[in-house]
Design a protein around this ligand. Sequence first.
Ligand code: SF4
Length: 206
Amino acid sequence: MLNMMIGFFKDLWKYREKVKKQDKWMQKYIAKNNYALNPSWMMSTNLKIWLSEMEATFSKRFCPCFEPSSDAELNKKMMCPCEYVEDEIKEYGTCHCALFGRADLDKAGWKSSSKRLMSEYQVPLNLKDGVLDTRGKPLDHRRNLPIPDAMHQLKATLNSYTGDSLKMIVSTEQEVQNLQKIASFRGFGCESTNHSDYHEVTLQLK
Ligand code: SF4
């Protein structure tokens, strides 16, 4: 928990200008669509930081909850604010990431949607002896993408992992490419090997 808080404030400082820019377009967007932003400062700031990091890593404002896919059409739909907002607000009261929600959503509604989101991402990881097997996670029924995906499993692992290197097992070539971009952005070494039905990516963290 302490590591997560330290990471949050470090990232907030790093992305402070970008976070302000994210807030500007979001304020216009919610006013135009009669939505609201998550009233939890910590939650909405974290999402603005993650959006800024997605832009810095993948050069586009991808949804902070899903890594880019190999489907160009789906990727277009996943730019924030994504094409699923209205539909998801009808279902959960908020978008998938609990960033935007109904203007009249009460505190309990925001809390419950944030809890739903956390329960999707805070799942046990298949990490053993420095090997993180990311496969077999459930798929989001709108985007058909895993939750949590390999990128989010890596992020969760890095919160407490102390090893010098991490081997990741992923299912698709797209996940390998995403991990290569993340490694390059974060200054990690990265090597990959393709097998017939999976890929191995070794990240040199130190
Ligand atoms: S789910 Fe929310 S945060 Fe994610 S892209 Fe859609 S609008 Fe943005």
